[in-house]
Design a protein around this ligand. Structure first.
Ligand code: A2H
Length: 256
């Protein structure tokens, strides 16, 4: 990753309904009325309209960390530690310990609210084998229109829903066109995954290429075709949507 600092936006996805195994693990560990958030780190806040689910690594260990009397965040211990050194996230770190732990697989099926997403009824926590514990918060919000990794994973999950222990309808949500690009149209990730004949999320080399192409084209040549900044360049919309999400309390800055 070099010496540069990566400036992420951490989005607050509020839990609406825990999976059955999560309910058992969390029993008695959270106060009545506590709000718990999964906090994916993203480089593309302007795409949040198109969130269709949120990924965790099934074998990764997550903690539930107390932020205030009423707010708790789900992320890796590594990310929580990083946040404790950044202003504005954990004001009382040290007094606000980890209250619970679970594996990603324990929370599959949990329903969360994804800010700005057109899927306002809520989206599901789903497994992604390629999530890294060493990057961001180890939680990844899924935008299949613009992220080749996300698109390849939802195709795989839909194809083998039973194998992954999920319901097909959890993953089979409408893919919203958000950004139009000269080279790949308005579903950049789908187009690149198909053009490069990417067969699975494990086609790492081809996915690297798709990611690179999607990012360059989307970020530098893309035009927003959805949301409050429709008609604006993606380069400009990124900051505008990020600021909007932070102001509404639905996101915060996270760097590492
Ligand atoms: B991005 P960089 Cl629409 N493991 O957000 C695997 N991937 C992770 C991760 C982890 N622990 N933490 C974050 N990510 C993903 C949106 C998006 C992203 C779009 C298009 C491209 C894209 C929706 N998913 O990233 O290695 C997150 O996915 C392409 C690079 O720090 C995050 O932004 O450069 C991005 O990777 C961070 O990757």
């Amino acid at each position: 990753e070099g010496v540069g600092v990566q400036e992420y936006t951490a989005i607050k996805l509020k839990v609406k309904e825990w999976s059955e195994s999560a309910k058992q693990i969390l029993d008695g560990k959270l106060p009545e009325g506590a709000n718990v958030y999964f906090i994916p780190a993203t480089l593309r806040p302007e795409t949040m309209y198109g969130q269709t689910c949120c990924f965790v690594g099934p074998t990764i260990e997550y903690g539930v960390f107390k932020v205030s009397e009423t707010e708790y965040y789900v992320c890796s211990a590594r990310a929580a530690r990083n946040m404790s050194f950044q202003p504005g996230t954990f004001p009382e770190w040290g007094l606000s310990p980890q209250v619970a732990a679970f594996k990603g697989k324990d929370v599959i099926g949990t329903v969360i609210n994804a800010p700005l997403s057109i899927h306002t009824q809520g989206v599901r926590i789903l497994p992604m084998e390629t999530v890294k514990d060493t990057k961001g918060t180890a939680v990844v919000t899924c935008v299949p229109s613009d992220s080749p990794d996300d698109y390849a994973t939802v195709v795989e999950l839909a194809k083998k829903a039973e194998y992954y222990g999920i319901k097909k309808e959890w993953v089979d949500l409408e893919i919203l066109p958000i950004i139009d690009t000269p080279a790949y149209g308005n579903l950049t990730a789908k187009k690149l995954v198909e053009d490069l004949k990417i067969q699975s999320p494990k086609d790492t080399k081809k996915l690297e290429e798709a990611k690179e192409k999607a990012y360059k084209e989307g970020f530098y040549k893309g035009i927003m075709i959805y949301g409050d900044f429709k008609g604006r360049k993606v380069e400009d919309a990124k900051t505008l949507v990020r600021n909007q999400l932070i102001e509404s309390g639905d996101a915060f800055a996270y760097a590492e």
